[in-house]
Design a protein around this ligand. Structure first.
Ligand SMILES: O=C(O)CCC(=O)C(=O)O
Ligand SMILES: [Fe+2]
Length: 223
């Protein structure tokens, strides 16, 4: 699920307009039981210290909610305020009445940015509403769920290469996440393999697409 090609491809394309890399932010199963009230309206990017100053057009997170049951207005389908990723108005200046229920069939996925105001709905039905919440973020913020502590290294070693990279065994930006003497964190999984320093130039090239500073450093290093 975490590696779903359409979701991951869209997320990468969206977030990498402003960043060199993305990573897995968290995975959760969320169950809203009958009688549970609506969650407060929020932006998921508030996780980063309720930071008020992310520019409105600078996205650092993409969140997804996969329906494990049919999502209905009655059973607490995620409530979303469409268009709320385009302004900085306070989430709690809105009410549930301003939101729409993301009704969808089991197996569908709701994809929204870290700036979209939303919240779990009130469950007025007689059955639980279950969902799989998988969030991604740019490579240069701290992950909400600590992947290095949540996933023992012996387990991480059994993952496919692209999943290992996504959970954090990869540089998040040209100088973000190294181990030892500026080595790619993959050496922690495979210490016996030779270490390849070209990751730095590859990430620098990616950063050159949105950063003039990176472009000038890239041109300087390539000479
Ligand atoms: O369960 C839901 O519908 C939304 C949950 C959510 O937005 C959150 O926990 O951040
Ligand atoms: Fe949320």
């Amino acid at each position: 699920m975490v590696m779903h090609p359409t979701v991951l491809g869209a997320t990468r394309k969206f977030l990498c307009r402003n960043s060199s890399n993305i990573q897995l932010n968290l995975t959760q199963v969320i169950c809203i039981d009958p009688g549970q009230k609506a969650q407060f309206l929020h932006r998921d990017e508030g996780a980063w210290d309720w930071y008020d100053h992310f520019p409105v057009n600078f996205h650092i997170e993409v969140s997804t909610i996969w329906a494990m049951d049919d999502f209905t207005e009655e059973n607490g389908a995620t409530r979303v305020i469409p268009g709320s990723h385009k302004h900085n108005l306070l989430p709690l200046s809105f009410t549930q009445a301003d939101s729409l229920a993301a009704e969808m069939k089991k197996g569908s996925v709701l994809v929204y940015t870290g700036k979209t105001i939303h919240g779990g709905g009130e469950n007025k039905s007689k059955a639980s509403r279950r969902a799989l919440n998988i969030d991604y973020c740019v490579g240069w913020v701290r992950q909400e769920e600590n992947q290095y502590l949540s996933i023992p290294i012996e387990v991480a070693k059994t993952f496919p290469d692209d999943l290992q990279r996504l959970i954090g065994y990869e540089m998040g930006a040209a100088s973000m996440g190294y181990v030892r003497e500026f080595e790619d964190p993959r050496v922690a999984l495979y210490p016996e393999e030779p270490f390849d320093q070209k990751f730095f130039i590859e990430l620098l090239e990616k950063s050159s697409h949105f950063s003039n500073i990176a472009k000038s450093v890239y041109n300087y290093v390539k000479k």
